[in-house]
Design a protein around this ligand. Structure first.
Ligand code: 26Q
Length: 819
């Protein structure tokens, strides 16, 4: 467990005694308190500072090694890195968790208590941001030279609470209590430009009359597991520069609805809370360009420090991965630098650009594809707009024309610039097209998704470049999502199989022979029950609801979105409740339905679904007639640190998106890894999970991608389904009746309208019966514990493929060409 591939020990040579000395030193000298006065928060900070010293020393060693090896480096550009708490993760990866526990306990302090005092950095919305964090962990673990670039938001994703069951958002100033992991690097600050105009001087374009903003980098060390490599996550913070402050610039004109003017400091103030739905705000575009321009200048500086001024080796040393289209402006920024500052000619600039960019697509939702008004880009980034036109001209007239000669309608279809439907409306810049055209490789995030990216999203691009679009199935880090969050299961695995499963997750398949072993099943079930007891205590504390740890814990945790279909779960629970009222002696095991989800503040239907689930929960949880057969819990403020408590306690994992809409999902992997059984559609990574665990060990239901498109072409009528099912009709009528919200009878009308009047775009009703049947199968299986636990163990044993180490190895091989 402590030896790397070469057999050397890479555990930090740090003993409990060194740690306690370090803690004492930092308590007194960094925090200015005596040990006797220190509470858990101070111990947390002091221990973090001790760990940071080890990290920093290893960062320097890592950089030295990289300079010697002269390897290619990955720059992962992402507007979101949902890293989660870092102390425990660092202790695990450095292999000093036990020593730290010992050091603290000798000082009379519990490490578990101390760890709870860390704020959870909320620098992301959901899947895409958390994926970036898992990838950073695996990049370091695989010793891949890498830097993550993002924004150090002052306010991360909002905090969620409920008032009368409705979502209420408040700002999350997560750094307010110190954040020892971020280290300011003034030496590496950057000055970037915005606005202005483009003039021509002696045949060269000059971007002038600009406003400047200063970018200050904060470095967060990223430790790898069982390696000495420590990489860097570099997060930019915006600052005003003297004399060039955006403040002085006609600020009044740039107010959005919340009267948020655009000032230099404002740029890194707040993470946009939209998930799978772009906001289209000027400040968001500026955020994108700000972090891209700072990162590009930073990596070019580094390249020149390490390789001299020439560009000959740039593509051998640099690869930039675009995490969705959010950093797509980087394509234009690199070409701008090459043309305007480095004397490149356009064709050579484009050739170089296409060697160093790769783009990951995370969504097929049409409304989620980023488009910016051409006029907005022309005003904020006038030179970049010119360059986008140059790229587009070259693409349409030499590359599209070569395949479809003289075909103007094809040129219109594939143009980066979308012409408006109605004359007079804005032309829009399609950021996905810019990303595809500027990149060497494009990837989807699960096999079925990548196929749809090839065939449905970018079919013409796939014709032009048949090798460009590839698949890399997502993964999750087993360090955080098994070892750290489920220590008892980790120990059981340690005692059962040989080898370093934390670093080679495929080894979990050696658990398969235990799946039917009664003693092993008993231990596995006991661990799950323990995790459920702990979650029950958290639910009592946060929601004041008592739940039975022996009940089935049925979990749906993810952003709230109609395509993820929390409303399908809701309708089914309403039906179950009615069935129980009609027949209180129904022979069903007790079930707890657990939700965690934030809705984008402007997404009304999503907010209405949260409200409805909370109101239903109130009704059901207080109805003595059903004898605690069902409980419904909506845990507020779902985030990484709560996921770490909920996932190890899940029996059933709800992955019920409309087929074709969930690109991958990663919570599905985390819950299966911790022994939950999935109820899911053939969508995203569920397809590959089913393949790995086998059809007997997963509850697949509902329409497939092909079924969905057949149904749509036949013509789908939600009303027909409604009228054909008494049960469905009765629960939808109930939802619309106002009974659950008497003070505001129309509160749930948006849901009913979406399901009926607006045609049920996500086919919730069409899949209802199949979903209900799948739940009946779950209940039948639960009644046979030997069978249930055999399936659960096979799930854990079959998740080897879904380690983010495997994902990164795939990127290294198929996209980044790393040695
Ligand atoms: C874009 C422009 C302006 C404002 C916000 C946004 C924005 C922000 C976040 C658009 C999309 C997102 C997030 C998308 C996301 O999380 N996608 C998920 O990515 C996961 C990792 O690949 C997949 O597992 C999920 O299936 C996918 O939904």
């Amino acid at each position: 467990m402590t030896a790397n591939k070469a057999g050397q020990t890479v555990k930090a040579a740090v003993k409990a005694k060194d740690i306690s000395e370090g803690i004492l030193r930092h308590l007194q000298q960094s925090l200015g308190v005596e040990m006797e006065e220190a509470g858990p928060a101070e111990f947390w900070e002091a221990l973090s500072l001790v760990v940071r010293e080890i990290d920093l020393q290893r960062i320097r060693a890592t950089r030295k090694k990289e300079r010697e090896n002269k390897a290619r480096r990955v720059y992962y550009l992402s507007l979101e890195f949902l890293v989660g708490r870092l102390l425990s993760n660092n202790l695990h990866n450095l292999g000093i968790f036990k020593e730290a526990e010992k050091a603290l306990s000798e000082m009379g302090v519990s490490l578990t208590d101390v760890l709870e005092h860390e704020a959870d950095p909320s620098l992301g919305n959901g899947g895409l941001g958390r994926l970036a964090a898992c990838f950073m962990d695996s990049l370091a673990t695989l010793d891949t030279p890498a830097i993550g670039y993002g924004i150090n938001y002052r306010f991360g994703l909002f905090r969620q609470s409920f008032a009368g069951g409705r979502q209420v958002e408040t700002p999350d100033g997560w750094r307010e209590d110190s954040f020892p992991w971020g280290i300011e690097r003034p030496k590496r600050k950057q000055l970037i430009k915005l606005y202005g105009r483009v003039a021509e001087h002696a045949g060269k374009a000059v971007w002038e009359d600009t406003r400047s903003v200063l970018g200050m980098p904060w470095d967060v060390p990223v430790t790898g597991y069982n390696t000495e490599t420590v990489n860097t996550l570099r997060l930019w913070e915006s600052r005003a520069t003297e004399g060039f402050d955006l403040n002085s610039f006609d600020a009044g004109r740039y107010q959005d609805s919340r009267s948020q003017e655009i000032t230099a400091e404002n740029i890194s103030q707040v993470l946009y809370p939209n998930d799978n739905h772009p906001a289209g705000k000027e400040l968001r575009l500026i955020q994108q360009y700000f972090f891209v321009a700072c990162s590009m200048a930073d990596l070019i500086d580094r390249y020149k420090r390490e390789n001299g001024d020439g560009w000959d080796h740039f593509a051998d040393k640099v690869v930039m991965q675009l995490n969705d289209t959010h950093p797509a402006i980087a394509v234009a920024e690199l070409i701008r630098i090459l043309l305007d500052e480095e004397d490149f000619k356009f064709p050579d600039a484009l050739v170089l650009c296409r060697k160093v960019f790769a783009y990951t697509n995370h969504t097929l939702l049409p409304e989620a594809l980023e488009k910016w008004p051409q006029r907005l880009i022309a005003r904020v980034l006038p030179r970049h707009m010119q360059i986008i036109h140059m790229i587009n001209y070259h693409f349409l007239h030499s590359e599209v024309d070569a395949v479809w000669p003289g075909d103007d309608s094809m040129k219109r279809r594939l143009s980066i610039i979308e012409e408006p439907d109605r004359p007079g409306d804005d032309q829009m810049v399609r950021m996905a097209y810019l990303s595809v055209i500027g990149s060497n490789k494009v990837n989807g995030v699960a096999a079925i998704h990548s196929k749809l990216v090839q065939d449905m999203l970018f079919p013409e691009f796939h014709r032009i470049w048949p090798d460009k679009i590839v698949n890399v199935t997502n993964g999750v880090t087993p360090r955080r999502w098994l070892d750290h969050c489920n220590p008892e299961l980790a120990e059981l695995i340690d005692n059962s199989i040989e080898g370093d499963w934390r670093g080679e997750l495929d080894l979990l398949s050696d658990l398969k022979p235990f799946a039917n072993d009664e003693a092993f099943q008993r231990k596995f079930a006991e661990i799950k029950l323990n995790n459920k007891r702990k979650l029950a205590a958290i639910i009592k504390e946060l929601c004041n609801i008592e739940v039975n740890p022996e009940a089935i814990f049925d979990v749906q945790i993810k952003r709230l979105h109609e395509y993820k279909r929390q409303q399908l779960n809701l309708l089914h629970i309403m039906a179950l409740y009615r069935r129980l009222l009609e027949n209180p002696n129904l022979d069903v095991p007790p079930r707890v339905f657990i939700f965690g989800a934030k809705a984008a503040p402007g997404y009304l239907v999503a907010k209405s679904i949260i409200h409805a689930i909370n109101r239903l929960a109130d009704r059901i949880n207080n109805d003595r007639r059903i004898k605690d057969k069902i409980k419904v819990v909506f845990i507020p403020n779902y985030r990484v640190s709560l996921a770490e408590r909920i996932i190890p306690a899940a029996d059933v994992s709800e992955q019920i998106s409309t087929a074709g809409f969930e690109a991958s999902g990663t919570g599905n992997m985390k819950m299966a890894l911790n022994g939950a059984l999935t109820v899911g559609t053939m969508d995203g990574a569920n397809v590959e999970i089913a393949e790995e665990v086998g059809d007997d060990n997963i509850f697949i239901f509902g329409m497939t991608v092909d079924g969905v498109s057949e149904l749509r072409s036949r013509g789908y009528n939600a009303w027909d389904v409604y009228h054909a099912s008494d049960e469905l009709k009765s629960v939808i009528d109930w939802l619309g009746s106002g009974d659950l919200s008497p003070e505001e009878p129309d509160a749930f009308k948006p849901i009913v309208e979406s399901l009926l009047d607006r045609g049920d775009y996500f086919l919730t009703l069409a899949d209802y019966q199949a979903y209900s049947d799948a739940h009946d199968r779950i209940v039948q299986t639960w009644k046979n514990p030997r069978e249930w636990w055999r399936k659960a163990i096979i799930n854990t044993a079959s998740m080897g493929k879904f380690s983010s180490d495997r994902s990164i190895a795939d990127y290294n091989r198929t996209i980044w060409n790393m040695k």
